[in-house]
Structures are given as structure tokens and as C-alpha cells.
Design a protein around this ligand. Structure first.
Ligand SMILES: [Zn+2]
Ligand SMILES: [Zn+2]
Length: 129
């Protein structure tokens, strides 16, 4: 049912990888449209969701603002700046033991967990003076 890769899919995947910084669908569309102005926004959005389903990229839901897309598909945590809204990777080990505790206590088969920290990034903190 899931077809592996279309030309548009490849373009979108390349844009996500080029942007690297947890871009929004809009930012990815702008990046793709630079070289392929005829591509529609809907096509880019559809391909983003498709690539996320295939596991080629990760969709990150954020408490504030639109979803982000991550070219890193390994398990890691994020921090979002409450001023500029940018999303950064957190340099911290994935806490498997946390999942083990929940599983033991609640009998759940844990398939994963996500943490989104919130704060003010160094750039926004500095500009406040
Ligand atoms: Zn910021
Ligand atoms: Zn990330």
C-alpha cells in the first residue's frame, strides 16, 4: 500500500535533510519551491506525512505552533524556545529505565516516549539584555 519513493518524495526528503533544524512544513515547502517552483504546498505536505509514516523522517508535535520535521530518526529529546519557537535537539541519553519502570508498574508494553523541554534559547536570552 505504501509506495516507497516518488520524485516529489525524494525532493521533500532532501529539503528536510538540508534544513536540518526541525523545519515546519511551510519552511520545507519554501525550500523545495526554490528549485521546483511548480510543486504545490499540498504535495509537499502529503509527502511529509508519507515520509514520516515510512520512518524516513520524524514528525514532532510541539505544544506551541506547527508540527516540525526532523531528519534524525533516532530517539532523542527536544527543547523549544518559547520566544522564537525554534526546536533544538537535547544532548542527553534516551531514558530506557524510565520505560522499564512504567512497564513494571502498569503492565504496559511501552513503545516509546517523548520529552519536549521549554525555555529561552541563548540567542533570545541575549537579545533581551
Ligand atoms: Zn529563541
Ligand atoms: Zn531532533
Amino acid at each position: 500500500m505504501l509506495q516507497r519513493q516518488t520524485i516529489q518524495g525524494t525532493l521533500v526528503l532532501e529539503a528536510v535533510r538540508a534544513l536540518r533544524c526541525h523545519a515546519t512544513a511551510d519552511e520545507i515547502y519554501t525550500e523545495v519551491a526554490k528549485t521546483h517552483p511548480n510543486i504545490s504546498r499540498a504535495t509537499v505536505y502529503r509527502n511529509l506525512n508519507h515520509l514520516a509514516e515510512l520512518g524516513e523522517i520524524r514528525k514532532i508535535e510541539t505544544p506551541a505552533g506547527p508540527d516540525r520535521f526532523d531528519h534524525l530518526t533516532d530517539r532523542h529529546y527536544h527543547i523549544q524556545c518559547t520566544v522564537c519557537g525554534r526546536v533544538f535537539d537535547v544532548d542527553m541519553d534516551y531514558m530506557e529505565e524510565l520505560e522499564r519502570k512504567i512497564r513494571d508498574r502498569h503492565g504496559f508494553q511501552i513503545t516509546g516516549h517523548r520529552i519536549m523541554f521549554q525555555g529561552v534559547c541563548p540567542q533570545c536570552g541575549a537579545s533581551k539584555g
